[in-house]
Design a protein around this ligand. Structure first.
Ligand SMILES: [Zn+2]
Length: 253
């Protein structure tokens, strides 16, 4: 077996030896409408039997994004319009420092209602901020009070910053090389991110109970990305101590 997979499976085996299951979850971002890549994504989730959490942009969302038998797909809220509102010197964000928390909350409510209208019970009140970032300082603290159950960004969650009543489960592996090719980041880099988070959970330097999240963006997947995901689901699925959690399991606790 190639060395990057070996390191990954060695880590899974260490968890098994500790009597622990490895919990993963899968979030795919930037869905709006039904496309060939969206169909391919949903088909992959179905054939691999891996629950898919699809972060949908409310403002651009189509009613026919999901149709037919797509039982394992859950919809999360990917911002409202996914427009960059960052001020000078701010990193890309839809929720910029300059917007009032009240105005941002009102926009969010509109988006949440729209997803519920379009997708019904498939839609969960879980916010996935575009670019994984909320710069508006008061927004996160108010989410639970305005009906949100969860928040999902990127990187190990920090319990000290968690808001009461709001479940935070992030993603930790980004399979796209955004700063370089904007294609697949490569097997080594993807698996290394996973091993890094699993080790941090095992050592207790990250929250040990946070499921390790794989982040994909179906619209930009090249063939190596699709191949990798298929291989990951096949190989990891064959390990008895690997469990893929659905967003419902993670956020509706
Ligand atoms: Zn996005």
């Amino acid at each position: 077996m190639r060395s990057s997979w070996k390191g990954f499976f060695d880590e899974l085996a260490l968890w098994r030896d500790l009597g622990r299951s490895v919990d993963f979850w899968w979030r795919d971002d930037d869905a709006t409408t039904r496309t060939a890549s969206l169909d391919r994504l949903v088909a992959l989730a179905g054939s691999a039997q891996v629950p898919l959490a699809l972060a949908v942009i409310p403002q651009d969302a189509d009613a026919d994004l999901l149709s037919g038998d797509q039982g394992a797909v859950t919809v999360l809220q990917h911002g409202v319009g996914h427009r960059n509102a960052a001020g000078p010197g701010e990193k890309k964000t839809e929720f910029a420092v300059g917007e009032s928390a009240g105005a941002a909350a009102a926009r969010l409510q509109w988006g949440r209602r729209r997803l519920q209208d379009l997708y019904g019970a498939r839609s969960l009140p879980v916010l996935v901020p575009p670019w994984n970032r909320i710069s508006q300082p008061g927004l996160v603290a108010g989410l639970a009070g305005s009906g949100y159950l969860g928040l999902s960004r990127f990187g190990p969650r920090v319990l000290a910053t968690q808001s009461p009543g709001l479940v935070q489960v992030n993603t930790h592996v980004d399979v796209i090389d955004w700063k370089g090719s904007r294609g697949f980041v490569g097997q080594d880099a993807a698996l290394k991110q996973a091993v890094t988070h699993l080790q941090a959970r095992r050592f207790g330097t990250a929250d040990t109970d946070e499921a390790t999240g794989w982040l994909t963006h179906h619209a930009v997947h090249d063939e190596p990305t699709w191949d990798f995901l298929q291989e990951l689901f096949q190989l990891a699925g064959a390990r008895s101590n690997v469990v893929w959690r659905s967003a419902t399991e993670l956020f509706l606790r």
